[in-house]
Design a protein around this ligand. Sequence first.
Ligand code: AMP
Length: 280
Amino acid sequence: MNILDSVAALRAQMTTWRQAGERIAFVPTMGNLHDGHFKLVDIAHQHADRVICSIFVNPMQFGKNEDLDKYPRTLDADIAGLTAHQADALFTPTPAIMYPRGLEVQSYVEVPLLGDLHCGASRAGHFRGVSTVVSKLFNLVQPDVACFGQKDYQQLAIIRQMVTDLSFPIEIIGVPTERAADGLALSSRNGYLSAEQRQQAPALYQILQQVKAAIVAGQHDYRALEQQAKAELTAAGFRPDYFNISHQQTLTLAQNANEPKVILAAAALGNTRLIDNLEV
Ligand code: AMP
């Protein structure tokens, strides 16, 4: 696997592949890679001749009191994992490469409406940081296709909207969430959990499944189901942030039985914020 730590090296590699007529798939990540990320790499191979990943802990998407400094950085293990999954190249820019003039004066991309809901309401500026860095990475890599996890459901919806609105000629592939045997969605932030919290954590997915079963069984007082789920999360040791039964495309609160639905949830265990979701 070629490790590319400058824009010049990245552009040279992409030009070589493109001139050979090869189709390029891109998997952007923040590193500390787990089987969820590797699944994206495996799926990316199905859509292209070459797979390039990036590892960049993007300061623009972290709030002031969030975990930017302590976010896990495990480059050697990540390189070993990506090599085992036959990734062809890894782009590892620094903040100075991505934001040479500094974050305060950086131009940005913002997706309205979708970006204001759910995580966007609790994490001011988060999705602006995500859509800006993904735009920059898309312009640097210029892939044919890019893979994103459904685990970050709202993020995937925002990227799809951005690609449509800004006419990026890139196909976006959504990849189903990879979970531990007990149902917990794999996440780099799971490493923050104490042994006791790790035992409690699968309750988030269990409650999502219960609410899905209630909706499928015909319950349609969605706001009451949301309130009940939050109470159950609290009883299971979480501090719920949101638990919203939403429309799959607009992500606004579901109102009637005919809409395609997704249940979106965020809740904290101690200092660790977990998110998960389930389509109905
Ligand atoms: P991150 O490194 O957390 O920014 O995630 C990089 C990419 O991996 C994003 O597209 C995530 O949605 C995706 N991802 C993270 N966790 C999972 C998972 N458990 N299953 C599938 N995709 C995931």
